[in-house]
Ligand binder design. Sequence first.
Ligand code: SF4
Ligand code: SF4
Length: 426
Amino acid sequence: MSGEGDLDRFKNLDFMKMDRRTFLKAVGALGASLFLQTYRGDIVRALEFAETRIVWLHGGECTGCSISLLNGGEPDVLQAFSRLNLRLAYHEVLLGQQGIYVDGKMEGTSELNSEILFEEVIAEKGYILVAEGAIANGPKGTGKYCFLGGKSYKDIFRRTAENAAFIVAVGQCATNGGVNSADSEIRDLMDFRGVAFTMEDRDRGILTEYGLEKPVININGCPPHPDWMLLTLAAVVLGKIKVPDDLPYVLDEWLRPKIFFPPDHVIHDNCPRRGYYDKGEFDTVVSGPKCLWKLGCKAPYTHADCAIRRWNGYHSLCPQSGSPCISCVSPGFPESSRPFFQEIEDAGIVGTSIDTVAKVAIGASLLAVGAHAVRRIAIKEKPEEKGKQPEEKEKKSEEKPEKEEVMPEEKPEEKSETAKKDQGDE
Ligand code: SF4
Ligand code: SF4
C-alpha cells in the first residue's frame, strides 16, 4: 500500500488495460477492500463468462488461515468470492453439507454428502487447489498420521493435486511445514511436509515425494493476511498473473508473491516504533512503548508488507500492538525464529550457528535487510574475535558484503513496454 497520490492514480486507471506490473502495484497500493470496490464494475465485465472453482483442503493445521480469511471484513470472503466469480466448490470447514444420514443410511447425493461432492468436484479437473495445512508423510511414508474420513490426507492431497490447474499453499504449515515441522521428539516420525518445501528444503516438499510437478504459489504467514490470499487469487483468476508463465517473475525464491513479501523491504522499515530503535531506546519488559528489539523482535530481517498494509482492518501490526514480530512468514519459521522473545545477538538461534541464521532466517536478501540489524548480526562476536577493538570488528563485517539474489521483477521483453507505460501515466 502506498501514499495518497498513488491511491488516486490507481483509482483512475482503466482496469481492463492494466498490464501485470500496474495491476500488481494497484493491488499492493489499494488492498483487497479498496481494490474490489474500485474495480467492481470492471471485474464483473472481465469475468462475465468465467467461473473459477476452488477446492480448499485442510491437513495438519489449526484452520487459522481460513479464520484469517473470514476475518477479512471488507469485503468479507463471500462478497470477494462473488465479485471475483470464484466458486468455493469444496471447503471442509465452510461447507454446510456433511454426510447426512436418512433412515440410518448415508444419503447418496452430492448436495448432502461431502464425500460424494468431493469426488465429483475433483473428477472435473482444472480447479485451483488451495492447500491449508501440512501433509503427514509418516509413519514411513504411509501418511497414516493424518486421516480424514478413513483416508490418509497424503492420498487425498495427491489425488486433488493431480487434477488441479495449480496450487496455492496458504499458511506456514502448507508452505513449509510450519509448527508441524518444528523441532520435537516426534518430528521425524510424523514427517509432516509442506507442498513445495519442508522448512527451507525444496527436495522434501510433498510434491517431490509424489514426483508430481505443479505450479505452486506460497502465501506464507501464521496465519497469512487476508489480502495476501484474496488478492493473489484475484490476480490469477483475472488473468493478470498467468500461471505458470509469469510465476518466475512475480514470485521470490520461496514462491511467495514479491508484491506482498518484498525482497527490498523489511517490516522494521515502517514500524511505528522505529523512532525508538534509531534513538537506541528499547523496552526490556512487555507493554512499554519503545522498540521491541531486545524482546526478540525479528522484523528487521522479515520481508513482508505487514507494517505498510497492517492487519485487523488495516489498523495495526504485531510490534505496534506490543508483540515482537516473530517472523511468521519466514520459510524456516518457527525454528528460525526461536527463541521468540530473546534478542538474537544474545541468544542466537536454536540449533544453528550465526552463519546458518543468516542463511535461514534472513534468506537470500541480506542486502535488503535493515542495515542496523545486519550489522548487529554480522558483528556478532566470534570466540577468536574476543578482545579486538569494536572498530576492527565493524570493519571486518563491512569487508564481507553478502550477495543478494533477487528474481528479475519483469520479463526482459516487458521492461521497455512497462517503462513506456509508466512514462505515459506520469
Ligand atoms: S526492532 Fe521491531 S519494534 Fe523495534 S523498530 Fe524494528 S520492527 Fe519496530
Ligand atoms: S509482524 Fe511479523 S509476526 Fe506479525 S504477522 Fe507480520 S511477519 Fe508475522
